[in-house]
Design a protein around this ligand. Structure first.
Ligand SMILES: [Cu+2]
Length: 204
């Protein structure tokens, strides 16, 4: 603010003595400000800003992630409704309607892999082998063991336990490759494995 080229006397004439004496004040004020905000405190401030920025980015990222996850959800990638011993090629879950359901056998999975049915119901399974190898539909507990050739179809009745416990079914030839699934009444819990070749220790 001090006009250039003017000596103290001229300034005194222009602004009076006070102006001259108070002239250093801004300097001392700014030095106070500087000393209050020491370099380390400034760093802290910068870090706070940085952290705030990162936090904002993380929040935005999480939201984007949530939206992405929701839209990417598909039956084939859904979490298994019940646990099974050994490998499972999960091709999704379907609910039995009208007491019957079509189940595809392929290399090397059942589609659907998990089948929801009412406790105590008898469900007619329409097996269809769309693969290039023989596949079985096997439930040891119910003495079911149907072998289906490629391109063939057959039907089999499965009893859903009244207590709602999951029932494991599998292909004798390919259970080790993950060709198995389960009937269930409600999500959660674990299906007792009826296959002896999966090393689960539940086999008969
Ligand atoms: Cu098979």
């Amino acid at each position: 603010m001090t006009p250039e080229g003017l000596g103290p006397e001229e300034l005194t004439q222009m602004y009076g003595t006070r102006a001259i004496h108070s002239a250093p004040t801004p300097v001392s004020l700014s030095s106070v400000t500087l000393s209050r905000a020491s370099p380390s405190e400034r760093k802290t401030e910068m870090r706070k800003l940085f952290v705030a920025g990162i936090t904002t980015l993380a929040l935005v990222g999480a939201l984007v992630g949530l939206v992405g996850t929701a839209s990417a959800t598909s039956p084939a990638k859904a979490k298994p409704p019940v646990k099974l011993d050994g490998k499972v090629n999960n091709k999704g879950t379907k609910t039995v309607k009208g007491g019957t359901i079509e189940v595809e056998q392929d290399n090397y999975y059942f589609g659907p892999t998990f089948i929801k049915a009412k406790g105590g119901a008898t469900v007619k399974i329409e097996l269809k082998n769309e693969g290039s190898a023989d596949h079985t539909f096997t439930i040891d507990d119910q003495s079911i063991d149907k072998t289906v050739s490629p391109g063939d179809t057959t039907t089999v009745d499965v009893a859903i336990p009244a207590d709602g416990k999951p029932v494991n079914f599998y292909c004798r030839f390919h259970v080790a490759s993950g060709m198995q699934g389960a009937f269930f009444t409600k999500s959660g819990g674990k299906a007792k494995s009826t296959s002896s070749s999966d090393g689960g220790g539940y086999g008969y």
